[in-house]
Write a new protein. Structure first.
Length: 275
């Protein structure tokens, strides 16, 4: 009887230990630095994961920087960062040049955004194309106030810009006279401070400081992006030079874990299953 009770106790202990084991256990015994750079839409996810990992293992130091998708490709390719983030798929030329491997981990939509004081709630694609081409220059032409349109775009090499121009502008380009900003955060700040502004951000960055516009009746939300009823969408990627190993592999795997998916969802994105 005593032996039976001891056996049951051991089984219970083993079960509780297994339940307590989690994704962060993969970092036990690891140490070193991990540098991450690139797409700014990724930053909340990368920082959220980094915070949890470093709290669990103080021998690991993770730095997260932005710079845009082009910077992510360059830094990962040149060995200046172990993970380079992009808000677009890698080009064949980039894969060939650097030997990069991609890991899509989230679905994101790109929303047209204006100042909350702007009475306009939606635009047709035709109107959107004309605004960004510089053909429509006053809000009155699309049902707004009699005020000049302040146009904001992302920098060349931005994955957000590439997705917006391909999906929302049907591969159209933006006016050369547009104001250029270098991150989703900078775009939000510019739009929040300019009552006549129009620009675009990842849907995960929408908050009360800016207002997302419907496009051809499509409402910008991550739920609609996941269902396919909002089509200005993209995947977010982590990219590594060759197959990841050690700390880099553990980080990539953590983003796909249940804990990582919670971070992705908490940042306003839809987790994407590892293929």
């Amino acid at each position: 009887m005593h032996r039976c009770l001891m056996a049951l106790a051991c089984l219970a202990f083993s079960a509780s230990t297994a339940l307590a084991a989690g994704p962060l256990d993969a970092f036990n015994g690891l140490k070193g630095n991990l540098d991450i750079a690139g797409g700014t839409a990724h930053i909340p996810v990368m920082k959220g994961a980094a915070k949890q990992i470093m709290a669990a293992n103080p021998d690991i130091r993770i730095t997260v920087a932005g710079g845009g998708s082009g910077v992510g490709v360059q830094k990962a390719g040149e060995g200046l960062a172990q993970i380079g983030n992009t808000g677009r798929a890698l080009k064949e030329s980039e894969i060939k040049k650097y030997g990069l491997v991609s890991f899509p981990f989230a679905i994101d939509g790109v929303a047209v955004a204006v100042n909350p004081k702007n009475p306009v709630s939606g635009l047709s694609k035709a109107q959107l194309k004309d605004i960004f081409a510089g053909k429509i220059t006053n809000w009155k032409a699309v049902g707004g106030a009699d005020a000049p349109i302040s146009l904001y775009v992302r920098e060349d090499g931005s994955g957000t810009r590439e997705t917006f121009e391909e999906r929302a502008l049907d591969k159209g380009s933006s006016s050369a006279g547009a104001n250029v900003v270098n991150s989703n955060g900078a775009m939000k700040t510019a739009i929040a401070q300019d009552p006549n502004a129009v620009g675009y951000v990842g849907i995960g960055h929408l908050d009360p400081s800016i207002k997302g516009l419907d496009v051809d009746g499509m409402k910008p939300s991550q739920e609609n992006a996941a269902k396919g009823t909002y089509t200005v969408t993209r995947l977010l990627y982590m990219n590594t030079k060759g197959e990841p190993e050690g700390l880099t592999k553990a980080f990539v795997d953590y983003i796909y874990s249940p804990a990582g998916k919670e971070i992705v969802s908490g940042a306003g994105y839809i987790p994407y299953e590892k293929k």
